[in-house]
Write a new protein. Structure first.
Length: 271
């Protein structure tokens, strides 16, 4: 289910106009505001976009935010031109998605890092993890490999040498405690914590579930994570004036301060 949050333009405007900043509104003598329709997951992406709406309005751009709770439709709808851009993913995910779908979506700007974390409702510390325990990880290739690498880094299993974050469950070479690693859709992981001993969860879904990564996670990725969350668009509009204004706003000092103050280390500015 998605919810659209629309910042209405002042005066009358043609709803079908997207980025024609040079169009003059009939009877006003003023240029019609550009409209950017951007898909985002609710937390923190949509929250960050809402922070830049007033900045863009002052620059003649109306930012419409469409919220999604999955990692597929935002890319599909940008490709099909139902959206102008999206903001929810990191570059490895985008690269894999483009490869799988034959898309050519492109990065416009890097914004922040969300450290992947290990969460549990049954454990107070990772040393309590029992033999044969169930561990749930994301089922998409980029985040699944990232989760397995995090498990390896924390000594829970070993992976085939050299696979890194492209690892799959089949690349596990040493699992002395016989942990049962289950792959599930990333958005569902917070909801299955009652059923598993450990869940490796993306920060956006952890925050949506009321978890605080810096205090609730048993361990987190380091702040040197290469998984920068990015603004994504198509080749045909990535260089539009409205898109450039959005990218600049997302990389502004105001947004940096907002991220640091609101998320307190759970989300880290990448600019």
């Amino acid at each position: 289910m998605l919810l659209a949050f629309t910042l209405a333009a002042c005066g009358n405007k043609d709803e079908d106009k997207k980025e024609d900043e040079g169009t003059v509104e009939q009877g006003t003598g003023e240029a019609a505001p550009a409209v950017l329709k951007v898909g985002a997951t609710p937390v923190p992406h949509a929250e960050i976009l809402k922070e830049v709406q007033p900045i863009l309005k002052e620059q003649g751009v109306n930012l419409e935010i469409v919220e999604f709770n999955d990692y597929v439709q935002p890319n599909v709808q940008v490709y099909e031109k139902q959206l102008d851009a999206n903001f929810f993913q990191h570059t490895p995910y985008l690269d894999q998605f483009n490869k799988d779908k034959g898309y050519d979506l492109v990065k416009v700007a890097g914004v922040h890092i969300e450290p992947l974390g290990a969460y549990s409702k049954k454990l107070k510390k990772i040393e309590e993890l029992k033999d044969g325990a169930k561990i749930a990880i994301p089922n998409d290739p980029s985040n699944g490999g990232r989760a397995l690498s995090l498990l390896e880094k924390n000594g829970l299993l070993k992976l085939k040498e050299g696979v890194g974050v492209s690892a799959t469950v089949g690349d596990i070479t040493d699992n002395p405690k016989k942990f049962k690693v289950t792959e599930l859709e990333a958005a569902t992981l917070p909801r299955v914590l009652d059923e598993v001993a450990l869940g490796i969860i993306n920060t956006n879904y952890a925050l949506e579930a009321g978890l605080v990564p810096t205090t609730d996670a048993l361990f987190l990725e380091g702040k040197d994570s290469p998984y920068v969350n990015i603004l994504v668009s198509r080749p045909d509009n990535k260089d539009s004036e409205a898109m450039k204004k959005l990218a600049a706003a997302l990389n502004s000092e105001k947004v940096k301060a907002f991220i640091e103050q609101k998320y307190k280390g759970a989300v880290v500015p990448a600019f």
